[in-house]
Design a protein around this ligand. Structure first.
Ligand code: PMP
Ligand code: GLN
Length: 381
């Protein structure tokens, strides 16, 4: 019989969430908030569902959302974006990534990617025929080795894929690092795929700097955002891509054959949400910053080596100081089964030879859930 293709792995999020459900564990593994985003945004979706139409919206996205994405690019980053030709709405950032890889990768093209990396990147790049050139940063400092990064670029480089703020490292790239990356892109005539889904979740007064705003990058960067993160509505799967028409065109071609479109009512509601005032955005980051501090302090008190977190809703912790033996994957398994708390092993975000004693916790949870998890861990350790 013809073999069925089995080359794709099971994502760590599915593995850990399934185990968490099976054992009634507090799930700080897979990244999702346990409180839904703003009620007025959800109400806007409900109203749009009732009012309709509920037929296929335009392939590129409903005009209101494309206009809102262009306006947000101006408001937050000073970017002048033409909503008609430079914005595409997708079914989540994940679809955006798939469309981008489909559109720009020719078999044999090299894509520079920084480890640790979000789990869909490598399988999708490889299925598109791309060759990932990996450069790694490691805990606790996640420092970018600029020499290694420069060495990863060549005349076969098609693009760099950069996730900023970075999951799971919680690293926010500095302007100097971004400038270095931009210069490499210009020198090698490479594009930059910028996964910026956590753009509004940065802490301690940091600012998010889209690579697209740096010299030479307006025509090279493909910027991805997600309503899942910006409005704590991960189940909606509404994403958006901003890029110059020459790049957005082929990406939209891939989108038309992938999903063609995204539910209209959700697009209308996200359009409304993007216009929310500054206090909403400040509140999102401010609330999460307090939760970060709550979980980080609790983990430190238990003896974990907590790694600094500059953005995203993930904190990474080293369990080596606790004297626990076993790999990070084994510890996450045992923590779920024995302690009733689920985390994700950081090695899952590397392509082999990973740091082996770090686990990632999601802190976008109610305070009592975070406290409950800390209490369980305390009883277990
Ligand atoms: N990129 C990164 C870095 C993410 O963490 C996520 C969400 N988990 C995604 C992309 C996917 O976003 P979406 O749910 O909008 O597809
Ligand atoms: N982005 C989320 C995380 O990093 C998970 C998304 C998913 O489950 N596909 O945990």
């Amino acid at each position: 019989t013809n073999p069925v293709f089995t080359g794709l792995p099971t994502t760590i999020f599915e593995v850990m969430s399934r185990l968490a459900i099976e054992h009634g564990s507090i799930n700080l593994g897979q990244g999702f908030p346990d409180v839904d985003g703003p009620e007025d945004v959800r109400r806007a979706a409900a109203e749009a569902l009732i009012a309709g139409p509920n037929q296929y919206p335009p392939m590129m996205g409903v005009p209101a959302l494309r206009q809102a994405v262009a306006a947000a690019n101006k408001r937050f980053y000073g970017l002048d974006i033409d909503w008609k030709t430079e914005v595409l709405v997708t079914s989540g950032a994940t679809e955006a990534l798939a469309d981008i890889f489909t559109a720009i990768i020719e078999p044999g093209d090299e894509i520079v990617v920084i480890e640790p990396l979000y789990d869909c990147y490598l399988p999708m790049i490889r299925r598109a025929g791309g060759i990932p050139k990996l450069v790694r940063v490691t805990p606790p400092h996640w420092e970018l080795d600029t020499g290694a990064l420069a060495a990863a670029f060549s005349d076969r480089t098609k693009a760099i894929l950069i996730n900023n703020p970075m999951n799971p490292a919680a690293k926010v790239f500095t302007r100097d690092e971004l400038t270095f990356i931009a210069e490499l892109c210009v020198r090698h005539d490479a594009y930059a795929i910028c996964d910026e889904v956590y753009e509004h979740i940065v802490f301690d007064g940091r600012e998010h700097i889209p690579l697209m705003t740096l010299p030479g990058m307006r025509e090279r960067a493909i910027r991805i955002g997600s309503a899942g993160k910006t409005f704590s509505l991960t189940g909606w799967k509404v994403g958006y891509v901003t890029a110059t028409p020459r790049l957005l065109d082929p990406i939209a071609k891939a989108h038309q054959f992938t999903t063609f479109t995204t539910p209209a009512a959700l697009q209308q509601a996200v359009a409304y949400g993007l216009g929310k005032d500054d206090s909403y955005y400040a509140g999102l980051a401010g609330d999460l910053e307090k939760k970060r501090d709550r979980l980080a302090a609790g983990l430190s008190a238990l003896g974990f080596g907590v790694v600094p977190c500059a953005g995203t809703y993930f904190v990474t912790a080293d369990f080596a100081p606790l004297g626990l033996s076993g790999s990070d994957a084994e510890i996450c398994q045992r923590m779920t089964v024995e302690a009733g708390v689920t985390a994700v092993p950081v090695s899952a975000f590397y392509d082999g030879n990973a740091p082996a004693t770090f686990v990632r916790f999601c802190f976008s949870k109610r305070d009592e859930i975070l406290d409950g998890a800390l209490e369980r861990l305390g009883a277990w350790i």
